[in-house]
Design a protein around this ligand. Structure first.
Ligand SMILES: Cc1cc2nc3c(=O)[nH]c(=O)nc-3n(C[C@H](O)[C@H](O)[C@H](O)COP(=O)(O)OP(=O)(O)OC[C@H]3O[C@@H](n4cnc5c(N)ncnc54)[C@H](O)[C@@H]3O)c2cc1C
Length: 403
């Protein structure tokens, strides 16, 4: 390309201090903070709306943070990476922003905060903050190419833009219907940044076909249970679906599950079912063991579970050892899922840009000056309960102080 051609291209470029790819939670927060510092900021997004995931989060009520916030609520190959951002942007900070805009919120179980009148209150708040901070947003914009010389040059179907700082806030692969794409991982690759293994998380399980044949009969049943896998455990609802298992405790444990692992379900946490069996046995009860269990579990589940795991007969026909073994199975039901439902229904992406590639203080790449990553695209994955959005706010906030 000759000098004249280069000069012509430069003339048609729009110059900004900061370009952010992605108008989701972390991109909008980063834009607001950098705009407030007087930086000229442009957000580019291929979606037709800002914050599409925010709008569908928490069943439309957006569980935007959690009052119990610790680095222990996050999974990352570097568990310390998130600490700095979490300490500089706390649940109180996002609450203060909501209160400034008169957005109603409420605390539900386990410290989870939701928008009382719906998630669109939050996207309106973020758009208004962007407006006040002078942020430009271009939606329906396809990113065609990114190059770096002294500046970043971003070619799109809506023009060519250049900037000193480029922020990749394009999220992970989960829920492609809401605009997710692999662009953030591709850009990381392009600039030589390492990625960790990527897999869907906070996602329902699918049973093996032979289990599905039997267990699909339980579709719609929900119980309180405790679920364990790989030294992690959660207590909460589990829901049998026509394909497998879902519900909050299952989504939580899915983030710790790898193909080939069993999950262990305590169907009656907090109940000493062995003592119940023994009491009935001493009373010479002739009722079937599934009927004893149905005093604690839905009858359909008790019947199907007994059919699968034991031979149900009247309680007085078992000896103590057998009753102990059955109780043990009730509290430790092993299920080997075939797979998860995948990125299509996963709430988040586990893994992403290796935390070792980024400064935990600024989110800037250690290799490429001016290149930042925020939110879900980084290898920091929150548990269920408002932690993923909080990570998006916190990482966007800190990057916004430096871009
Ligand atoms: C159904 C569902 C419910 C959820 N509920 C909750 C909840 O209640 N609480 C919680 O904490 N978390 C929840 N999450 C997770 C949370 O929404 C995300 O972790 C969070 O929004 C990630 O923010 P982000 O800014 O990193 O990415 P995103 O919010 O995903 O934003 C990325 C942006 O980049 C844009 N983009 C992607 N690819 C391109 C491209 N090629 N070109 C241009 N733009 C692109 C997208 O359109 C999008 O606007 C939920 C997720 C789902 C799917």
């Amino acid at each position: 390309m000759n000098r004249q051609m280069k000069a012509n291209i430069r003339e048609n470029m729009t110059r900004k201090d900061v370009i952010i790819i992605g108008a989701g939670a972390s991109g909008l927060m980063c834009a607001i903070e950098s705009g407030k510092r007087g930086r000229s900021v442009l957000i580019l997004d291929h979606a037709d709306k800002t914050g599409k995931k925010i709008r569908i989060s928490g069943g439309g009520s957006c569980n935007f943070t959690n009052m119990n916030m610790s680095h222990r609520n996050f999974i990352s190959s570097n568990p310390h990476f998130c600490k700095s951002a979490l300490s500089r942007f706390t649940p109180r900070d996002i609450i203060a922003l909501l209160e400034k805009h008169g957005v109603d919120y409420e605390e539900r179980e386990q410290g989870q905060l939701f928008c009382t009148k719906g998630a669109q209150d939050l996207t309106r708040m973020l758009e208004s903050e962007c407006n006040d901070a002078g942020v430009n947003i271009i939606l329906n914009c396809r990113i065609l190419d990114i190059k770096k010389s002294d500046l970043f040059i971003v070619s799109t179907d809506r023009g060519i833009f250049e900037s000193e700082s480029l922020v990749i806030a394009s999220g992970g692969l989960s829920y492609p219907g809401s605009g997710a794409s692999g662009i953030g991982h591709r850009i990381a690759n392009q600039f030589g940044l390492k990625l960790t293994d990527i897999q869907p998380a906070l996602v329902p399980f699918i049973f093996h076909p032979e289990d599905r044949k039997i267990l699909s009969e339980l579709s719609g049943i929900s119980i309180e249970a405790a679920v364990k896998c790989n030294n992690m455990g959660f207590r909460g609802s589990i829901l049998f679906t026509h394909r497998g298992l879902s519900g909050p405790a299952i989504l939580q444990i899915s983030s710790y599950w790898k193909r080939g692992d069993a999950i262990v379900i305590d169907l009656l946490p907090g109940t000493d079912i062995y003592s119940v069996f023994i009491e009935r046995q001493l009373g010479k009860s002739k009722i079937g063991i599934h009927n004893v269990l149905s005093g604690f579990l839905p009858l359909r589940l008790a019947r199907v579970w007994c059919g699968l795991e034991i031979q149900s007969k009247p309680v007085n026909q078992y000896n103590e050892k057998e009753l102990r073994e059955i109780a043990q199975k009730v509290h430790n039901w092993n299920i080997m899922p075939e797979s998860t439902e995948g990125f299509k229904t996963a709430e988040v992406t586990l893994g992403g840009v290796d935390a070792g590639e980024l400064s935990s203080k600024t989110m800037e790449s250690r290799r490429v000056k001016g290149l930042y990553f925020t939110g879900e695209v980084i290898d920091v994955t929150g548990q269920l309960g408002g932690y993923n959005l909080h990570w998006a706010w916190a990482s966007g906030f800190v990057a916004g102080q430096y871009v």
